[in-house]
Design a protein around this ligand. Structure first.
Ligand code: DGL
Length: 269
């Protein structure tokens, strides 16, 4: 049996990371979980996000993954260390890879970060950026309206473009040279964000650098998949499987099957 890379998020956001993993590591099998019944995680208290993340990880462990990827900034910010202490396989988050990608890109040292309330409140990006490069100036902003737009599959609508433009207007005056998309849902809105910020601001998504980190760890552990057979990925979601499937197929540009998961523990508040 080929051991998979397990990837999780509150919904369809982590597919931005999964897509890059599939591109950079085409032999690897991906098992993906989107917790769409309980999205968004951003406004939730940290303890609840930790509890939800543990529950998803416990679910995914039945597939005996060789690695777990928390493809959610909100969960990475509060639950990464907790999950690392509970499982025996490597656990990768998305915040350090995103921070490294921004450090590689910035010339002026003025870096913007947008994310959910939970991620911005945690200060996790500032910490990760300044740990490596203390002189950076970091400007952060929470954008709570973006995730619901993506989860409803409305990310290409005019209303999405208008909302993004309105929310990011104050950021235009910040003289940033790069902007970290500190939520894995935001790459769906790349076109609108680029339009709102203008061409001089580079947009940083952690997907690319996270996939590279996964590849490096698997290589060093001698765990890269060897099979020449095309992997069959698996997708699970806790909410509406039809909506998840339609967004996932249009993002991944491939046909997929989605297995609905009903949480037996009613933990929604
Ligand atoms: N995509 C997630 C993130 O990167 C979660 C967004 C949410 O559920 O609020 O933070």
């Amino acid at each position: 049996m080929q051991h998979a890379i397990a990837i999780l998020d509150s919904g369809v956001g982590g597919l931005t990371v999964a897509k890059e993993v599939m591109r950079q590591l085409p032999r690897e099998k991906v098992v993906y979980f989107g917790d769409t019944a309980r999205t968004p995680y951003g406004p939730r208290p940290a303890e609840q996000v930790i509890q939800f993340t543990r529950q998803i990880v416990d679910y995914l462990l039945q597939y005996k993954p060789k690695m777990i990827v928390i493809a959610c900034n909100t969960a990475t910010a509060v639950a990464l260390e907790d999950i690392r202490s509970r499982v025996s396989v490597p656990v990768v988050g998305v915040i350090h890879p995103g921070a490294r990608a921004a450090i590689k890109t910035t010339r002026s040292g003025r870096v913007g970060v947008i994310g959910t309330e939970g991620t911005i409140r945690s200060g996790a990006y500032e910490t990760a950026l300044r740990e490596i490069s203390p002189q950076l100036q970091v400007v952060s902003m929470a954008c709570p309206s973006f995730v619901p737009i993506v989860e409803q599959g409305r990310y290409e609508d005019d209303i999405a473009r208008e909302e993004v433009k309105h929310v990011l207007r104050p950021f235009r005056e910040e003289h940033l040279d790069c902007l970290i998309l500190g939520c894995t849902h935001y790459p769906y809105l790349t076109g609108a964000i680029r339009e709102a910020m203008g061409p001089s601001v580079a947009l940083i998504s952690s997907a690319d650098e996270t996939a590279r980190e996964i590849s490096t760890i698997l290589y060093h552990n001698g765990q890269l998949a060897q099979s020449n057979q095309e992997p069959v990925h698996q997708f699970f979601c806790s909410g509406d499987p039809h909506l998840f499937r339609s967004i996932a197929q249009s993002w991944l540009k491939e046909e997929i099957q989605v297995t609905p998961v009903v949480w037996r523990v009613p933990t929604i508040s």
